[in-house]
Design a protein around this ligand. Sequence first.
Ligand SMILES: [Cu+2]
Length: 403
Amino acid sequence: MMRQLYLALVSFAAVLGANAQMDSVLTLISKIDFQPSHELHDGNQILLMGYSSTIGGSLNLPSPTLEFKENDSIQLDMWNLSQGPPHTIHLHGLDVDQENDGVPALSFSVAHDDTGSYMFKAPHPGTYLYHCHETSVLHVQAGMYGVIIVRPNSTDTMTWDNGYSFHSERTWLMSEIDTNWHHDTIINHTYDSTAMTHLVLDYRLQHFLINGKSEHQLVGNVELFASLGEQVYLRLANIGNYGNRMILPSVLNAQQVSSDGRPLPNTVLSDTIEILPGERYGVLLDCDAHFQGTGVVEYFNLNTGQVENTQNIAVTVDGYVGISEYLEEPKMFPNPATNQLMIALPESIQEMASVTIENMLGRRVLEQKISDKPIIIAPLVSGNYIVRIRSKGREWNRKLIIQ
Ligand SMILES: [Cu+2]
C-alpha cells in the first residue's frame, strides 16, 4: 500500500513538472541599453547588451554573479527583451545536459519577447562562467557574460567539502573592450536566421578590464585589502580573447588549489597565474606579512605572445585577524626565518601533525612531528623552501624563505 501511494505521489510530482522540486528559481532578463551608459576609464560611454535581474535601469558589466549551492536543483529563466536577435545562457564548465546547456543548435534559443528555462543540478563547488552562445563573438563582446559560483552545501567558507577554509573571497573576471563593436549599428544588429555569417570587425582592443573596470576605475572597486593571517580565496576567470597573466606579491603565498571547477590533484605554489580564455582558477592567499604594494594583470595576445596591456591592483595587508580565526589553519613564523621556525596548530589538529621541508629541487631536507618546540632550521642553507604540514589526511603548503 505504501509503495503504491509512493508511486502515485511520484507520478503526481512528474505531472506538476520540475517546478515543484526546484531549490532555486531565478530570472535573468537579456536586454540592450537604450543609450550608451557604461563608462570606461577615459570617460567615454558605450552601449551594452547583457543580462540583468531587473527590467529597468542600465546594464552592468559583467552581468550579475549567480550563486548556487552544490546539488541544488536550479531553474534559470531567461526573458529576452533585447529588441533584436535571439539569445541563450550557456553554462560554461557546468556539467549539465545538452538541452540545458545554452548552445543554440543542441539546446534552444530564446527569441525577442520570449522566455526559456534552463533546468539543472548545480554540480561540483567551484567557479564557472555563463555567456550568450548566439553569435557569441559579438554578443560576448557586447557584455553578455557573468560569473557562476557553486558553493558546497554545508558551508560558505570552504572551497568544497573537506577542502580549504577561507575568511573572505574575491572574484576577478578579466575581459576586454573594443569600443568599435559597441556602436548601435553593430551591437543592435538585426537578426537573419538564414545568414551563416555576421559582420565581424577587426578586433582592436582599447580597454582591458577586471570586473568591467580598468585603470583608475580599479581604485575602490578592484583591490585587495586583507588582514595579517587572513586566508583569502581568489576566484580568477577570463572571458576575453587575450591570455591573462596575474602576478601577485609573494607575501600573499598564492597557491592554486582548483582549476575549471575541480580541485587540482597537486596544488601549485606560484605568484604567477596564467588564465587562458574561458579558464577559471581558485587561488588561496595566505597573507602572512604586512604589505603595501600592487599585483598586476598582464593581457597577452595569444597569436604573438606579446603583452599588450597591464593593469595594477592595489594590495594591502594590514592589522590582524581575530585569534580564533587565526588558528583555523596552521601558522608558520617567522618568515623569512634564520635559525628557528615555529608552527602553531589549531586545536582540532594538534595530534598527529607532521612537517616536511623541501628545497626547490623537491628534495626533502627535514621531516619531524610538530610540537610546541621550535623547529631547528639552522643547518639548512639560505634560500626558498616549501613547508608541508600534514594532519589527518589534510595538507597545508607554505613557502619559506631561510636567510
Ligand atoms: Cu546573445
